[in-house]
Design a protein around this ligand. Structure first.
Ligand code: AMP
Ligand code: MN
Ligand code: MN
Length: 323
């Protein structure tokens, strides 16, 4: 039996199901958790969805997002099945990690760096988005798509493909997105909600990042300290997409943004353009991700130290031509 068939039968055999995603959730994570939760509920399952982290406010217009439950609400549940989506390692699910060893766990993910921590792992890095895997699963389970579910499921495909322009944008991305549009997904609503909904404070924070920016050959990097966020009246979500803007510079191979929010909690975002597999750099530093987009996080660290370490490591890769 292949992984996909095994997951179908495990879902069919389970009534109480918990679906969880990763900390610092992105559009694909939120879309995957909500689309699967709504799909399983439609099939009559007693299913809850949760992400152990703050969800950016603007995602709450999409179906299922407001119904996501907190860890506190769900930690005493004893589901027959836990499905973890878009998460490459068990520490990515926040406090839910402690529940995993005690429950049958299915992992559905598209990160090549996945540690295969479930009892059943459907991990396929050829998918641009986990939301496409959820869509495939929902279809096979017989879930019926209306406009709201289609729009929610479309969100993950749009965001993880950079709105159909990243190197992972292939025929299947367009095919899945087109099918969802046929079911009523609203691409303009998704794009406007996610891309054209900025507060002026975010643009000011962006200016701060640009003012810190350093260009060295094919590398560009910058940072935002906790004080920078406070001074601009911003929170960590407000810098989403900034590192992608640095990658858009001419002749750049790697862009790095190191952020601190709150104090001494550091996140590193790495992006590459053509050849360098930045997930290798993130993995060395305890994180993970994809070849062209990866990250890692540190607690109790100094921003400058993390910046120096990741920049030094990246230069070794760039100068050594290490793919
Ligand atoms: P980001 O730069 O935060 O947008 O993340 C880019 C990619 O790296 C995403 O696919 C994330 O899932 C992955 N990633 C980010 N942070 C981590 C981390 N701390 N551990 C593992 N993977 C991460
Ligand atoms: Mn994600
Ligand atoms: Mn993803």
């Amino acid at each position: 039996m292949n992984k996909f068939t095994a997951i179908l039968s495990q879902i069919n055999e389970s009534q109480d199901i918990l679906v969880i995603g990763h900390v610092m959730p992105d559009g694909d994570d939120i879309s995957s958790v909500t689309s699967l939760t709504l799909g399983l509920r439609q099939l009559g399952k007693n299913c809850f969805g949760s992400i152990d982290y703050t969800i950016p406010e603007y995602y709450k217009v999409f179906a299922g997002v407001s119904e996501l439950r907190s860890y506190e609400d769900l930690c005493d549940l004893t589901p027959q099945l836990i499905i973890v989506v878009d998460s490459s390692s068990p520490d990515r699910v926040g406090r839910f990690q402690s529940m995993l060893p005690h429950h049958k766990t299915v992992v559905i993910d598209h990160h090549a760096t996945n540690t295969l921590f479930g009892d059943t792992n459907w991990v396929d890095a050829s998918y641009a988005a986990t939301a496409q895997m959820v869509y495939t699963l929902n279809k096979a389970l017989g879930v019926v798509y209306d406009s709201e579910l289609a729009t929610t499921n479309f969100v993950g495909i749009a965001t993880d493909s950079g709105f159909f322009r990243f190197s992972n944008t292939d025929e299947r991305v367009f095919k899945d997105a087109a099918e969802l549009v046929r079911f009523g997904a609203q691409p303009y609503f998704v794009a406007a909600t996610i891309l054209e909904n900025k507060r002026p404070e975010q643009m000011r924070l962006y200016c701060t990042m640009v003012s810190h920016m350093i260009l060295e050959d094919s590398l560009v990097y910058s940072w935002l300290s906790y004080e920078d966020y406070l001074q601009n009246d911003c929170v960590e979500d407000d810098s989403t997409g900034f590192v992608g803007e640095m990658r858009s510079l001419k002749d750049i191979e790697v862009a790095i943004l190191v952020t601190e929010f709150p104090k001494n909690e550091i996140h590193v975002s790495l992006r590459s353009k053509n050849w360098l597999d930045v997930s290798k750099i993130a993995s060395i530093l305890g994180g993970g991700g994809h070849a062209r987009a990866a990250g890692c996080s540190f607690k109790g660290a100094e921003l400058k130290n993390v910046l120096n370490e990741v920049v030094g490591l990246t230069k070794d890769f760039l100068q050594g031509g290490i793919k």
